[in-house]
Design a protein around this ligand. Structure first.
Ligand SMILES: [Zn+2]
Length: 116
């Protein structure tokens, strides 16, 4: 998570949310990273996941670390980061803080927790 926090500090200070994200394999090896503002119009998690193209299988049993609760749902109508995350076969979703937006609070968390 320290790496995700470090990445979040690379986000422009003008952004409402300054999010850092790291995806690792099952052994903790860093596979991809993203941060707010790295690619305009995309969330940190989306950016990191986009960097996995052709290597998504390496995420099986791995983890994603995001400094803020991944979005879900998304006001713009675009696919939420939570939905993108659930397309991976990660063993763990870790976040530093919950969303400040009441509309999405804990929805991502509830979707990521196995219910069976
Ligand atoms: Zn998002």
């Amino acid at each position: 998570m320290a790496r995700a926090v470090e990445l979040s500090s690379m986000s422009p200070e003008t952004k409402t949310f300054r999010v850092g994200c790291v995806i690792t394999d099952k052994d903790g090896k860093e596979l991809a990273t993203g941060f707010t503002g790295e690619k305009e119009g995309f969330h940190a998690e989306e950016i990191a996941i986009s960097k996995l193209e052709g290597r998504r299988a390496e995420t099986e049993g791995g983890s994603i670390f995001s400094t803020v609760e991944p979005c879900h749902p998304r006001k713009s109508g675009k696919t939420s980061c939570t939905s993108h995350i659930l397309t991976l076969k990660l063993a763990r979703v870790s976040m530093c803080s919950m969303s400040r937006r009441l509309s999405s609070r804990a929805r991502a968390l509830k979707r990521c927790v196995p219910t069976d």
